[in-house]
Design a binder for this molecule. Structure first.
Ligand SMILES: NC(=O)c1ccc[n+]([C@@H]2O[C@H](COP(=O)([O-])OP(=O)(O)OC[C@H]3O[C@@H](n4cnc5c(N)ncnc54)[C@H](OP(=O)(O)O)[C@@H]3O)[C@@H](O)[C@H]2O)c1
Length: 339
């Protein structure tokens, strides 16, 4: 019997903000596995802003998606059939896998995760790529010291919410910038930020001056654009700016132009450094261990916005640009089975 499954393909390169028309959901047969392969069932799909960049046909640190091929991202899946000596039916795995309900994966392309230690979805959020991005970007480049002021934009999202909490663990005065009153309240009341700013309703420059009376020592950059413009005049001497993302410009059709930053960096001897999480691959174990310890000790909280159903994967991706998510945006495709 031929068993069909759903897949999501990129069928045209988005112009500006992506729309549903850029994608297509198709039915395709599930093939047979060979030696060294497993059939895995998609359980959770990570939807991430960086996927937008891969939809453009431009040179980057990671190749663009090909047209009429499936999108891929971080996926937690469950082994349902195995011809590998390394994995057995029921095992939970993590890998960069295509957006489809089932995948035939070679056993060297995924790694086992233990969902009895932490919920399986956490391997896509706080213990996964976004948690590690927050950890290394803040601690390796930002290097916050006790009593310093750390500002983070995109503060209520997957990376930003962890950045702010790690900065608090390190004893900093932490200010978040986010896009709604609900997010501002969440940052202060739930995550213990010292202050938070709604960039959609407040004058960010003025609100930052008030929230950062001692200036800014670390600015963790997630969004770029006008929000970042408001930060530079407040930098202290030897400030550090880890440049993690610039989501405000991902859908721009023209190159983003704003105030020049060189003068601010020179006058304050500040360091501004871009990074991608792949730079830290050899140290992921170290980061995951600290994040897991802080979780266990109750020093770190994490939030996930779970969208139910494979059919809503594209909506969950598009929602990132509307700010609908609190914490990590994840799609739940299937239940974990007990075998
Ligand atoms: N360098 C790396 O290796 C690396 C790794 C992971 C992520 N990143 C980057 O880090 C940033 C955060 O990623 P994430 O996964 O944690 O996503 P996220 O913050 O969970 O989700 C995206 C958030 O961005 C905000 N946003 C959307 N459009 C915006 C705009 N025009 N201006 C300002 N804010 C906007 C929205 O929140 P609001 O409601 O607050 O607007 C939205 O919820 C992204 O720029 C991403 O590309 C980089």
């Amino acid at each position: 019997m031929l068993i069909l499954q759903k897949q999501i393909k990129l069928i045209q390169r988005p112009t500006g903000t992506p729309t549903k028309e850029d994608f297509e959901m198709v039915n395709a047969p599930i093939g047979d596995i060979s030696e060294g392969e497993m059939l895995v069932k998609t359980v959770y799909i990570s939807v991430d802003p960086y996927l937008r960049g891969r939809m453009n046909d431009t040179k980057s640190y990671i190749p663009p998606f090909e047209l009429n091929q499936m999108i891929s991202s971080g996926v937690v899946a469950q082994v349902v059939d195995s011809k590998s000596s390394l994995f057995e039916k029921g095992d939970m795995v993590l890998g960069s896998l295509p957006w489809q309900e089932f995948t035939i994966a070679k056993d060297n392309t995924v790694r086992k995760i233990d969902h009895t230690l932490a919920p399986a979805s956490a391997y896509l959020s706080v213990l996964g790529m976004t948690g590690l991005t927050a950890y290394f970007g803040l601690l390796d480049i930002g290097k916050p010291k006790e009593g310093e002021t750390v500002v983070v934009s995109g503060a209520a999202g997957a990376v930003g919410s962890i950045v702010g909490q790690i900065a608090k663990i390190k004893g900093a005065h932490v200010v978040g910038i986010a896009g709604s009153d609900e997010k501002v309240k969440f940052l202060i009341d739930e995550l213990g930020f010292d202050a938070a700013i709604n960039y959609k309703t407040q004058d960010v420059a003025e609100a930052l001056r008030e929230a950062c009376p001692n200036g800014i020592d670390v600015y963790f950059e997630n969004v770029g654009g006008e929000i970042a413009d408001a930060v530079f005049p407040l930098l202290n001497n030897f400030a550090r700016i880890p440049v993690c993302g610039a989501i405000s410009s991902y859908n721009n059709e023209q190159v983003d132009v704003g105030p020049r930053v060189q003068g601010y960096l020179i006058k304050t001897s500040s360091l501004m450094q871009g990074f991608t999480i792949g730079n830290y691959a050899s140290r992921f174990g170290e980061g995951a261990k600290d994040l897991a310890t802080w979780l266990t000790e109750g020093k770190l909280k994490y939030e996930e916005t779970i969208t139910e159903g494979f059919d809503h994967t594209i909506d969950a991706f598009l929602d990132l640009f509307k700010g609908s998510n609190l914490g990590k945006a994840i799609v739940k495709v299937a239940e974990i089975e007990k075998y």
